[in-house]
Design a protein around this ligand. Sequence first.
Ligand SMILES: [Zn+2]
Length: 108
Amino acid sequence: MGVHLKASRCRLCGALHHPPRAICPRCGPGSRGSLEEVELPDRGRVVAYTVLHYPPEGYPSPMILAVAEVGGVRLIGRVVGDLEAVGEGCEVEVVEGEGAPYLFLLEG
Ligand SMILES: [Zn+2]
């Protein structure tokens, strides 16, 4: 089951921010009150990834961290599922993780 994360969109410049912000870093303090909350899709595509053969204690080896483009923002997360299938451009589903959302690699 995918997770729809919240982001904020600046009405002044159109920039999307995740996590949501009260002030747009591009537009400065004058943008307070000009950001609206939007919901990101629960799917995205892998932009880049790295394989950790010596992950932090308590995590399985190998562990894959990926950057995925999700609805116009880039998220970093751990890939779970079929790790053999990971690659740039792969579609992932954002799923609930511990402390932070994971990126779930879809089967096939
Ligand atoms: Zn802005």
